[in-house]
Design a protein around this ligand. Sequence first.
Ligand SMILES: [Fe+2]
Length: 450
Amino acid sequence: MPRDAQGLAVTMASEEAAAAWDHLVSGYLGYRADAPQRLKALLAADAEAPMAHVMRGAFAMLAFNRSFVPPAREAAEAAARLAARATPRERAHAEAIAAWAGGSSEAALAAWRGILADHPRDVVAFRLHHFLAFWMGRPEEMAASAEAVRPAWNPEVPAHSAMLGCFAFAAEESGDQQAAERDGRAAIAADPSDLWAAHAVAHVLEMTGREEEGIAWTSALEPHWEGGSQLVHHLWWHRALYHLQRGETEMVLALYDQRFRNLASPLVQSHADLYIDMQNAASMLWRLRRLGIGAGPRWEELADKAMARSGDILSAFTLPHWMMALTASGRWEAGCRWLEAARQAAAGEGAHATLVREVALPVCEAILDHARGEPARAVALMRPVLGRMHRLGGSHAQQEVLWEVFLDAAVDAEDRDAAQLALAWSRRRFSAPPARRIGWAAASAWVGSA
Ligand SMILES: [Fe+2]
């Protein structure tokens, strides 16, 4: 039986198919835009390789888009059927995808943890677990997984640097900026095109208030981003955050139009409402709006996407971003209809529906209420869910915008106690105090003047 680059047995019809598998996996790990073509090449080499169908299902689920769930389920069924003659590891992969596509992210995480207990060099199980745990707001699980597999890795094993990039991000989100920077920089030294490692260090530089270093870091690595997937947009979003902190708002808008929301770009057009792109775009325009900078028709474009995805609650963290677009473009009635559709979609049982219903939707409703002139009601809606807001997923840097929503409502409601909660969150996360952070300084002074 052929083996993959990390030495694991793979059920593939030929060495050629096994090589196509390795090519696909390196494309997935490396956030290559051509990963779907690499999957097609594998299916052409071996249409019955169970792991090809596992990846087909994973790619569909990774879009966090309701309309992609039926094809993901079909892929999971094909993987399960074909895995009957495959290894126990591959059967477990098929079970993980079936669980994920079936609505049980928890069972998918457990299946990947089970695979990693026996096969700590299974990069696909590791990365899928890493990624889904991130979007479930579980940095502690990301860090535990990194710690568990780390002894099985060394620089001689292919994809070691990609693993270092994941270890770095898990450390960063767990608050260990030093370990994150060490692993992230080591990964980039081995492979400067590693987008996830570049991203992990970009986070460290954001959290530790080193904007100039962040600009230098992204400038130096940018030549290596050709052929990257939408994660490149997110890297440019990080770059824009550094400029925002320096007050360079014209540069922020230029990066918006040319780098991370360039509507003429084939990469944007290929999946124009992808969750990460929506988050990048809405959260940056929202930050600018708080500074009094209008975005013109940019909000309309995002609001149209929000309405088209009405009732799709798969990406919990994206929901408040869509509501930002609806309110910033003044679509009150549409916002109410959108909220009602989300409520209906979240009416069912299950951990995800509960999280959306109990945490994401109060945040969305608060955004709407505050925009309609009811900041005290917005504070009342968000205050009870602040402690669970991180479970919506998203990094500390991304979560900041939700805390800014709460901060603004608190200030407008003249509720200093509530504003203190937001300021305390910011102080715990960022090295620079709120008084020296853009978008926080005025509230900090207002609270301090009490
Ligand atoms: Fe990020």
